[in-house]
Design a protein around this ligand. Structure first.
Ligand SMILES: [Fe+2]
Ligand SMILES: [Fe+2]
Length: 376
């Protein structure tokens, strides 16, 4: 009895999963396949996407690939975290002398010996893996088979980041899943609904452009791509409010800002960063302090900017919807050297404010002095 087992968060399932499973079915020719979505993966925070929805997506994505697929809610029934060794033991009990084939991605293969009780896995299952182009042959010391050919370098994290940044579902998600994602407004589509109704069109386009550039920079500077995209898409959420509305909003929600009285009197639009932080926290449930600080600091900066804050500050001033010449210069600089781009962006912002005969907030001056001090 050949049993093929494929587990994962599948949040969401993408074309890479489908290609891997199809090839494994072709090569192994299993008698039965268990698709086992994680309830709470031991390696990740619990998925915010409900188990039942991830299961529905799996059923649509894998429908018709082979007969005898069991969409297994074993992990849901167990609750809490489930380790792969427990899944293997469960299959051993369920079938008489099963020949178990465990399907994993290449990334997992490198890490499998660090999983809980790996010997239970290695002694009772053959590991099946798909290779990505550029992958070096793994010297795995356990029984494993590489599927022939190469598999696309896709990840659910990338899919989620793409949807959150653009409001669109990429073609790397099987078409059969799109209606479900759209119906339940998953992966940030709710944020897009809100932004579309609260921001002017050009501001909404700008927010998407900033999220897109923040994603690019997050790869270069080793920042979590989903954090970068979330900060990018939400950074101007409060920008739909006019001056009086912003002042009222900040007072109503007791939003504390430095130089509040001066800002209200001289440049109330500066309040939008703090209002956006409040909206991110209270309307969109963002708890990550780094994201919230980045949103609050995107206009004036601070003396303690994280890499994410720097990315957002720079992305905001140089996103591709910005048409002035400096945007292009800063954008290219940011791809090479983030700190250099930050200094240049801070410089441009100050000069623009002076040229426009506007009030210079002391926070902007402090940032400039701080960056210059660091340079020396
Ligand atoms: Fe802004
Ligand atoms: Fe902006």
């Amino acid at each position: 009895m050949k049993v093929l087992v494929f587990g994962g968060s599948f949040d969401p399932v993408h074309q890479g999963h489908v290609a891997l499973f199809k090839k494994a079915v072709k090569i192994i020719r299993p008698d039965v396949s268990h698709i086992v979505p994680a309830y709470h993966s031991p390696f990740k925070a619990k998925s915010p996407t409900p188990f039942t929805l991830r299961m529905q997506m799996l059923k649509k994505a894998f429908a018709g690939i082979t007969k005898n697929i069991i969409f297994d809610d074993y992990e849901l029934k167990r609750g809490g975290k489930t380790y792969t060794c427990q899944l293997i033991e469960y299959l051993k009990k369920h079938y008489k002398n099963p020949e178990i084939y465990l399907l994993v991605g290449t990334d997992c293969l490198n890490d499998l010996h660090n999983w809980k009780d790996p010997q239970i896995i290695f002694n009772n299952a053959t590991v099946i893996a798909g290779k990505r182009k550029g992958y070096n042959e793994n010297p795995a010391r356990f029984k494993h088979i590489f599927l022939p050919g190469f598999f696309p370098k896709l990840s659910s994290t990338r899919v989620r980041a793409h949807i959150l940044a653009s409001g669109e579902i990429p073609p790397t998600v099987p078409a059969a899943l799109h209606p479900l994602i759209e119906k339940h407004r998953l992966y940030g589509l709710k944020i897009h609904d809100w932004l579309k109704t609260h921001l002017k069109t050009n501001r909404y386009i700008h927010s998407k452009s900033v999220a897109e550039l923040a994603a690019v920079l997050s790869d270069i500077y080793n920042v979590n791509v989903e954090s970068a995209v979330k900060a990018g898409i939400l950074h101007d959420a409060g920008k739909g409010m006019g001056a009086r509305e912003l002042i009222y909003f900040c007072k109503e929600h007791h939003i504390k800002t430095p130089f509040f009285e001066d800002i209200c009197a001289l440049e109330p639009s500066l309040l939008h960063s703090y209002a956006s932080k409040w909206l991110a926290r209270h309307l969109f449930g963002v708890k990550d302090k780094e994201i919230l600080n980045a949103v609050a600091e995107h206009t004036l900066g601070s003396l303690h900017m994280s890499t994410l804050s720097k990315i957002l500050f720079v992305a905001d001033i140089s996103s591709k919807d910005r048409k002035y010449k400096d945007a292009f210069v800063i954008r290219n600089m940011a791809l090479q050297d983030l700190d250099k781009a930050l200094l240049y962006a801070a410089n441009r912002k100050l000069l623009f404010t002076i040229d426009s005969q506007k009030w210079l907030c002391p926070l902007g001056i402090d940032l400039w002095n701080h960056l210059i001090k660091q340079e020396k």
